[in-house]
Design a protein around this ligand. Sequence first.
Ligand SMILES: CC(C)(COP(=O)([O-])OP(=O)([O-])OC[C@H]1O[C@@H](n2cnc3c(N)ncnc32)[C@H](O)[C@@H]1OP(=O)([O-])[O-])[C@@H](O)C(=O)NCCC(=O)NCCSC(=O)C[C@@](C)(O)CC(=O)[O-]
Ligand SMILES: NC(=O)C1=CN([C@@H]2O[C@H](COP(=O)(O)OP(=O)(O)OC[C@H]3O[C@@H](n4cnc5c(N)ncnc54)[C@H](OP(=O)(O)O)[C@@H]3O)[C@@H](O)[C@H]2O)C=CC1
Length: 430
Amino acid sequence: MTSNQLKSSRISGFHKKSPQERLDLVAAFAGLDEATVAHLANMGNLDPHLADHLIENVVGTMNIPVGIATNMRIDGEDMLIPMATEESSVVAAVCNAARQCYDVGGFVTSSSGTLMIAQIQLVDSPDPHNARIKILERRDEIKAVCDECDPILVKLGGGFRDVEVRIIDTLGGPMVITHLIVDTRDAMGANAVNTMAEKLAPSIAAWTGGRTYLRILSNLADRRLARARATWTCEAIAASGMAGEAVRDGIVSAYQFAAADPYRAATHNKGIMNGITAVVLATGNDTRAIEAGCHAYAAKDGHYGSLTRWEVTPEGHLAGSIEVPMAVGLIGGATKLHPTARANLKILGVTTADRLARVIAAVGLAQNFSALKALATTGIQKGHMALHAQNIAMMAGAVGEEIDRVARVLVERGTVRVDVAEAELKLIRG
Ligand SMILES: CC(C)(COP(=O)([O-])OP(=O)([O-])OC[C@H]1O[C@@H](n2cnc3c(N)ncnc32)[C@H](O)[C@@H]1OP(=O)([O-])[O-])[C@@H](O)C(=O)NCCC(=O)NCCSC(=O)C[C@@](C)(O)CC(=O)[O-]
Ligand SMILES: NC(=O)C1=CN([C@@H]2O[C@H](COP(=O)(O)OP(=O)(O)OC[C@H]3O[C@@H](n4cnc5c(N)ncnc54)[C@H](OP(=O)(O)O)[C@@H]3O)[C@@H](O)[C@H]2O)C=CC1
């Protein structure tokens, strides 16, 4: 092969090769050394055959640590929560928040059910209002078509629930958008509702005289909302040098800032997603679907705001609550296939997708509490950087016991920087 051929990304049939053959090609393309190739070839605790079938063009796996959030009491049940994340202090933050509300009962959760929405786009309808009514008239026929697509889902108590039709103004003129509302039970439901939308679309075109284009679920799963709330007493949240009342008021003020300002809300919600995404990933669910849904929900009032609310109760306690779309499943996607996801679901002990969704909402709320408490008191760097110091020590080359020794010095000096870690490592190694 010439070096030009090696540098071409046009590799026909790459997908038909084995992971090792692909890796050899990639190694030649990128000039990878033997150690890097060997590292990528080691697929850890994921069966290479499974990895090669979960996604396309596989050459390796990317291991992310799974940490356990402790102290979580949800609806009276003590739970251990597996979280998959690459970011330090995220797991500690959930443990910390849960610890401070454990004695007063922890988290209370609820949900709006497990309904998903599939959209069918109809264009070029000369009489969109007439078209809307014509579609609504066919409810029974629509139900029959949808339920026929997935008899197992129907047997499990799910299936078609309702049809709604909206007329929206677009750059291309009015469009008639049909929403199929489907109970997908313990599945996230994308495949189930997409199949229904595709099956139904030709009938919608025939009934109305328009043309159908897109037939796909909406990730703004606002018929599948998970909710959680918790109360923290001032006594429990007092921080070194700060009365609980001041901490409470600081958290409420931080929320008010996020509610009013999208620049702050983006960071505020990122913190919430630290927890949500970590559990979604740990259980093999679709992180992008959940993130898209949560951010769209945060903007549902035409203004991007906070996913949580923080208030003071009549007794003077701090009350936090969260409401988020949470389309997660226990069936389908990688949830059943990935052995780590299966193990994590076993640790969680949840037996329904609805319960999993509510647990995830509680984790999002806990995550937000800790971030806001840190921000409103000592600042985020103290706690976060203390844990991040270990990463910095490793970046400087520390191994084994050196990691803790270097990290401790970085925290003591208050300078969590790689150059300082390198200097300290030099000292330790003499
Ligand atoms: C970091 C802490 C927890 C320290 O908090 P602390 O009060 O200094 O820790 P502590 O040593 O007193 O321990 C208190 C409890 O925290 C937990 N805890 C304490 N250390 C650990 C640990 N190593 N591993 C596991 N759990 C830990 C543990 O539950 C412990 O109880 P115990 O077990 O001792 O009975 C605190 O400062 C904190 O919660 N900070 C917030 C950290 C955070 O939010 N990190 C997310 C990354 S930053 C970000 O991306 C989001 C952000 C901040 O931008 C969002 C926003 O702006 O809104
Ligand atoms: N925009 C998005 O978010 C999109 C996401 N996706 C992907 O779709 C995947 C999820 O699709 P999903 O439909 O959940 O998965 P699957 O189609 O893999 O699984 C759902 C199916 O499992 C069967 N089933 C068995 N037991 C149950 C039960 N207790 N509750 C419900 N269904 C049950 C059902 O019927 P049956 O056996 O008859 O099939 C159901 O249709 C994810 O990988 C996601 O990433 C795909 C497209 C777009």
